[in-house]
Design a binder for this molecule. Structure first.
Ligand code: AMP
Ligand code: MN
Ligand code: MN
Ligand code: MN
Length: 277
């Protein structure tokens, strides 16, 4: 049995492969009944996803995944059920996208100094006029023969200490949470096991996240194993946070993050949707 909720997905409006409509249609066909689109630092895909969800009979949740810098680490905060008419949210996300544009030029400059040319043009062509993510650079590196797959492109060029890495300067944790709550939404700590930090530091992060008004943490994520799920459920209970669940779907080729395949939440935690109408 799989969850019928998927509260973390991406479209071509950020670094996903499917358009918002294609994503909704695939989700509906995969048995998902409630889907959130949570593109990185943009709300651009939401109008199209809302319209297609209506036609497909899917319960659609407007969302976003905000890039945050916390203790020199990049952390992702998902916002769910946000009112996308809040101007503040658009203005602040726009600033993050401006940083993305600057960073893209820096990444391309760094890659050029290792004899990889035209990376900015290549990444831009793959982003179809939407924001530029490291994922677009990874795909460019793959298509140009510098890596066999996206993972290898990240590992060899785009992760910290690699030649194409540029330090992120994203939103402050407290601010990202406040934009989400001001938009009437719920803030969710995304994929908590993916930050390469000690257990102690993860607890500090969760404590701060909760103190700033965070509502939930992801207990089920596309790439989590059973042990991670149990550990995250226990942390959610301990810190009195609700439990969220999302595949982090980007690409139909990645079977680990496929839609409609999320396992149920452990019984000790309270799902974020427990009081959704
Ligand atoms: P950005 O927000 O532009 O820095 O890009 C971050 C995105 O890159 C994440 O949301 C993932 O989709 C992707 N990503 C990060 N690390 C990896 C990795 N090691 N392998 C493949 N994709 C990654
Ligand atoms: Mn991504
Ligand atoms: Mn993320
Ligand atoms: Mn994501």
């Amino acid at each position: 049995m799989y969850l019928t909720y998927d509260l973390h997905t991406h479209s071509t409006s950020s670094d996903g492969i499917l358009t918002p409509s294609e994503l909704i249609i695939r989700a509906a066909a995969s048995g998902v009944k409630t889907l959130a689109l949570t593109d990185h630092d943009t709300l651009d895909g939401i109008p199209e996803a809302t319209a297609t969800a209506k036609l497909q009979g899917i319960n659609f949740i407007a969302g976003v995944e905000i890039s945050v810098t916390w203790s020199e680490k990049t952390i992702h905060i998902v916002g769910l059920n946000i009112d996308t008419s809040l101007k503040l949210l658009h203005t602040e996300l726009e600033k993050l996208c401006e940083f993305r544009n600057w960073r893209a030029e820096e990444i391309a400059r760094k890659l050029a100094s290792c004899n990889i040319h035209n990376a900015l043009e290549g990444a831009k062509a793959l982003s179809n006029g939407h924001l530029i993510s490291r994922t677009h650079f990874a795909r460019f590196l793959m298509h140009s023969g510098f890596a066999n797959d996206e993972n290898e492109a990240f590992k060899n060029f785009l992760l910290p200490s690699k030649p194409g890495y540029v330090q992120g300067q994203w939103a402050e944790l407290e601010k990202a949470i406040s934009w989400i709550t001001q938009a009437g939404g719920q803030a969710v700590l995304a994929h908590p096991t993916r930050y390469n930090i000690s257990n102690k530091k993860l607890r500090t992060l969760i404590r701060e996240f909760k103190a700033y008004g965070g509502a939930a943490m992801e207990v089920t994520s596309g790439r989590f194993g059973g042990q991670e799920r149990i550990a995250m459920a226990n942390l959610a209970v301990k810190f009195d946070l609700l439990a969220s669940a999302g595949s982090d779907f980007h690409d139909p080729k990645n079977i680990a993050t496929e839609l409609g395949k999320l396992p149920l939440l452990p019984a000790n935690c309270t799902p974020i949707w427990y009081n959704w109408s």
